[in-house]
Design a protein around this ligand. Sequence first.
Ligand SMILES: *[C@@H]1O[C@H](CO)[C@@H](O)[C@H](O)[C@H]1NC(C)=O
Ligand SMILES: *[C@@H]1O[C@H](CO)[C@@H](O)[C@H](O)[C@H]1NC(C)=O
Ligand SMILES: *[C@@H]1O[C@H](CO)[C@@H](O)[C@H](O)[C@H]1NC(C)=O
Ligand SMILES: *[C@@H]1O[C@H](CO)[C@@H](O)[C@H](O)[C@H]1NC(C)=O
Ligand SMILES: *[C@@H]1O[C@H](CO)[C@@H](O)[C@H](O)[C@H]1NC(C)=O
Ligand SMILES: *[C@@H]1O[C@H](CO)[C@@H](O)[C@H](O)[C@H]1NC(C)=O
Ligand SMILES: *[C@@H]1O[C@H](CO)[C@@H](O)[C@H](O)[C@H]1NC(C)=O
Ligand SMILES: *[C@@H]1O[C@H](CO)[C@@H](O)[C@H](O)[C@H]1NC(C)=O
Ligand SMILES: *[C@@H]1O[C@H](CO)[C@@H](O)[C@H](O)[C@H]1NC(C)=O
Length: 607
Amino acid sequence: MASSSTASMIFLSFALFVFPTFERASCAAAFANATCIETERDALLEFKRGLIDNSNLLSSWVGDDCCSWKGVRCSEQTGRVLKLDLRSPCVVSTYFYDEPFDPVLEHGNCSLTGHIHPSLIELQHLNYLDLSWNNFSRTKIPEFLGTLSNLVYLNLSNSFFAGDIPLHLGNLSNLQYLDLNSFNDQTVSNLKWLSGLPSLKHLDLSGISVRNAQGWLQSMSMLSSLQFLGLALCGLPNVDPAALQVNVSTSLEFLDLSRNDLGSVIPNWLLNLSSIRHLYLASSFAGEAISFPTEIINNLHQLAFLDLRDNSMRGNPFSCLQNTLRYLDLGRNKISRLGDEIGYFKNLEYIDLSQNSIESPIPESLPQLSSLKYLFLSDNKLTGRIPESIGQLSNLEYIDLSENSIESPIPESLPQLSSLKYLFLSNSKLTGRIPESIGQLSNLVQLHLSNNLLKGVVTELHLANLSSLTYLDISSNELAIKIDPKVVAPFQPNSICMSYCKVGPQFPTWLRAQRNVRELDLSNANISDIIPHWFNDISFNIEILLLSSNELSGEISLCNMKSLRVSDLSNNKLSGTFPECWKRVVLSGATRQCLQWEFPQMLEHYD
Ligand SMILES: *[C@@H]1O[C@H](CO)[C@@H](O)[C@H](O)[C@H]1NC(C)=O
Ligand SMILES: *[C@@H]1O[C@H](CO)[C@@H](O)[C@H](O)[C@H]1NC(C)=O
Ligand SMILES: *[C@@H]1O[C@H](CO)[C@@H](O)[C@H](O)[C@H]1NC(C)=O
Ligand SMILES: *[C@@H]1O[C@H](CO)[C@@H](O)[C@H](O)[C@H]1NC(C)=O
Ligand SMILES: *[C@@H]1O[C@H](CO)[C@@H](O)[C@H](O)[C@H]1NC(C)=O
Ligand SMILES: *[C@@H]1O[C@H](CO)[C@@H](O)[C@H](O)[C@H]1NC(C)=O
Ligand SMILES: *[C@@H]1O[C@H](CO)[C@@H](O)[C@H](O)[C@H]1NC(C)=O
Ligand SMILES: *[C@@H]1O[C@H](CO)[C@@H](O)[C@H](O)[C@H]1NC(C)=O
Ligand SMILES: *[C@@H]1O[C@H](CO)[C@@H](O)[C@H](O)[C@H]1NC(C)=O
């Protein structure tokens, strides 16, 4: 989730000087070390009674000294409770590069449920309240939180609140951080109350419907200290761009307006965001084709993160972008050209141009992107060669060039990419042999080369050091497989797909060393053999077994395959009867069909 993850980064950089009192110890030494105030302790206990704490997160909340309870911080001078941090410990850490808006809500045992007891009002000195990622069971955010007038930081994100945001939050005149980011049914009927929060630096209302809040932008423009504004998926109304001539805080560093319907005109006020570093506008603009907002982007000299995914944009983005850029997502647009100017963006770590209409050859300058970690160019009409010097990109972790018309061999330099984890080159026109040196990519997790024009023999050398590999798909090429079974490779993937490869004529004996296989596709693999007995030893893990269109004979012992979900054994010469044990297997449609062809008597068990 782009907004909250970036939020935490930004927050970290401010935290030290915004809340110095929490950590300071030495200055207070002259005073007696004050302990918990009784009324505040009682208030906390009352608050605790309103919560359901199945995972014992508040087990330390016993005894007199509430200042030593988990999540509670007091003033050393006065003993007053200043900070209550009950953020769920199960918040899944997210990174910049995660798919936005797929928050992993690992609530389960790790969160508090129940409701917020009004006793919290007693904590009048509280300046920090974090209840994020708990489960307040779709209740409304309580109005009385608006009386905690010393609050500087309020985080209620992803806590399963529902209903209207209380306007009372507008009484929190000291607030600097307000995070209400949530993906439940929350609404806000007007935003005028924001004018009561003149110190606000960080405001995240992502996921909350502001559809009925008139003048949302005017309300935002009152916030002259604002640095972070999250308004993703807020149902922002499609307003007349002329009405958008307002002052938006020029100190804004982060703006997320993704997944709103802003019409087909890029608002002019974006021009004035001279400090902006993060600009997220994915799925924001409707309309058949809008031009890339060259003049706006040209003005944003600090821009480091730009997300314009899924907007039907045309034009050449690279003419105006600054090389301060680290993250660029232009996936699902209508960009038709990718030229050598891409080499200029030496700070790019992430670039996504997948699902566009790029018809040019892969730029020779691509290997100059020396910071690059993630490269997504799939589903275009890229032609030409993968530059041989791509091996220079020593930080690359993820390459997706699949679904293109690339006509080159796999570069010999590829194995120099020692950080590489994901390599997607399927559905293109790659030619030649797979370099043996690919087997040295010991960090590689997935290798996808299916549906190309690759030739030659795949041997144990190709797999030698693929010790991290979980997924191998080399199906539908012109490859023969000759792996020496005596070589015990560290190669132990979960998925092995070699359909339409020449694996046979013998049943592959190297499979015997495989212990982790869950998906095995050896259909159309030119195997004319009896299923060997040892296959039972490796097959108990298998969930997907595709062996159709070979000349397999003998019996296959399906009783052993306790995990089997899908199988296709059709078009072979298998014999035997299907065992009782298969009664418990839930048949997929495809499997049912295969059985109908091969073993109609078997189906009686299922009807
Ligand atoms: C609020 O808490 C969530 C985690 O629960 C965190 O990701 C987010 O950055 C916090 N917001 C602020 C403004 O610190
Ligand atoms: C307060 O507590 C700290 C740490 O427990 C201790 O070092 C200090 O001496 C105490 N100060 C007083 C005045 O008791
Ligand atoms: C919750 O706790 C129970 C018992 O401690 C455990 O079996 C279960 O896996 C936990 N669930 C989650 C989602 O962590
Ligand atoms: C939140 O709590 C309610 C019970 O109060 C429960 O029904 C619901 O499943 C919980 N939601 C999550 C995501 O844990
Ligand atoms: C707080 O805000 C509400 C709604 O905006 C208002 O009715 C109420 O009078 C305010 N309370 C205080 C103490 O200012
Ligand atoms: C815009 O900002 C300027 C300077 O801060 C101020 O004078 C002006 O009134 C503001 N305009 C609007 C529409 O808020
Ligand atoms: C916004 O930028 C435009 C063009 O640079 C400028 O003319 C205008 O005065 C700016 N508006 C504000 C409120 O700064
Ligand atoms: C595999 O890795 C080891 C240790 O990194 C190295 O010594 C060996 O040469 C590598 N083998 C191949 C075939 O690359
Ligand atoms: C194996 O391939 C050869 C030609 O490459 C073909 O003649 C033969 O029928 C194939 N056998 C199987 C079992 O597919």
